[in-house]
Write a protein that binds this ligand. Structure first.
Ligand SMILES: [Zn+2]
Length: 386
């Protein structure tokens, strides 16, 4: 059987499948991934693909299909949830619209288009099931847009998802890039405590906002120590939120900021935290009444995989065959579920169809790219599991 021709003959079915997935509103929050999981379940049943459903909480459904058995296990992981539609849509974001070879709708590129493309590849690969040396795992996961607590982190932590290789079709980039490195993330909440007083007698209070400003001025000049990375941009920090004070005639007793650090594999989160605490000390040297508290809201280590390995070589080879161009390598400042997979010791990379229009109004994906991606997945799975 020629998998390439088989994918072409499934084009109509793939468009229909994607339309149903887009119509299943899985806006996160709240998620409701069960709606899209139902579409996937029907598909698995019809195509006689074995599957299991995992829910950390009712409705936050993960559905995983299995083709073949044994090792190695190659996980392909797409997510079921989408970000809110937002404003500026020319069409109904939850009704797929096809125009000039593109499908429009919330989730078309992130991540329901790649998901439909993966399912079609699964349908074709199912016909090779007896020949496969190992297992293809079609993981349709929840909660990717809000930290994966009900999705990938839950599945890996509870041992419900295991494997040797992973492909995460969730980076767009039109199959021209393979993501092999992701920055680390450190979200901190800093609170400055003062003493509330009447605005007409500020000398009786301690102004928490002024002390926070002292701290922020030091932070602004802060330069992290790091080694440059060949694929990742330099580390960054963002002051995302600032809150403080309640009225013009009150000395504010509390002020709070949220900071977002993105750092490189050569750095450690604990060193950044140490530096921040040192800044508190610098403020206190000038003002003994200044008081700060640091809380870690979220932390994810940076990850990277070797540049040369069987997964990357195989993806490059078959992408060249299908679209005529070998993908290059990149690192991402943001995070995908490549991160938890690599942390679990799974050799995983990001690779996917679609232009960079995720989270935007009038999000779309090219149908041609979806069929090409399906073809590449078939070839890569058969190559690795033969
Ligand atoms: Zn996504």
């Amino acid at each position: 059987m020629n998998t390439q021709k088989a994918v072409d003959s499934e084009k109509g079915g793939m468009i229909k499948l994607l339309s149903k997935l887009i119509a299943a509103d899985t806006t996160n929050p709240p998620g409701n991934e069960w709606r899209a999981a139902e579409v996937v379940e029907k598909f698995f049943k019809k195509e006689k693909i074995k599957y299991r459903i995992f829910e950390k909480e009712k409705g936050r459904m993960n559905i995983i299909g299995y083709i073949g058995k044994g090792k190695p296990r190659l996980i392909i992981a797409c997510h079921l949830d989408v970000v809110p539609a937002g404003d500026g849509w020319k069409t109904d974001p939850f009704k797929a619209k096809i125009s000039k070879g593109k499908i429009y709708g919330r989730g078309s590129v992130d991540d329901k288009g790649p998901l439909a493309s993966m399912l079609i590849a699964g349908k074709i690969l199912r016909k090779f099931e007896k020949k496969l040396k190992g297992q293809i795992i079609l993981a349709c996961v929840a909660d990717e847009e809000r930290g994966s607590k009900y999705g990938m982190y839950y599945l890996l932590k509870e041992g419900k998802l295991k494997g040797e290789y992973g492909i995460v079709p969730d980076i767009e980039r039109e199959m021209k890039k393979i993501d092999i490195a992701e920055k680390g993330l450190l979200h901190l909440k800093i609170t400055s405590f003062g003493k509330q007083a009447h605005g007409s007698r500020p000398e009786q209070g301690v102004n928490a906002v002024w002390n926070m400003i002292e701290f922020l001025n030091i932070l602004k000049k802060y330069r992290m120590r790091y080694r440059k990375h060949p694929l990742l941009s330099d580390p960054t920090n963002n002051l995302g939120v600032i809150k403080g004070g309640s009225a013009v005639n009150i000395v504010p007793g509390e002020c709070e900021v949220l900071l977002d650090f993105r750092y490189l594999p050569s750095q450690k989160a604990k060193d950044i935290i140490k530096d921040v605490k040192n800044m508190f000390r610098q403020v206190r040297r000038k003002n003994k009444k200044a008081k700060f508290k640091l809380e870690i809201i979220d932390r994810q280590k940076p990850v990277e995989v070797e540049k040369d390995n069987i997964l990357i070589r195989t993806i490059k080879k078959h992408t060249k065959k299908v679209i005529g161009k070998e993908p290059g390598l990149i690192g991402l400042p943001g995070t995908t579920v490549v991160k938890p997979l690599v942390e679990k010791g799974i050799l995983a990379v990001g690779f996917s169809p679609g232009e960079e229009v995720a989270h935007q109004a009038n999000e779309y994906i090219s149908v041609k790219e979806l069929t090409d991606f399906s073809k590449i997945l078939c070839l890569v799975c058969l190559d690795i599991l033969s």
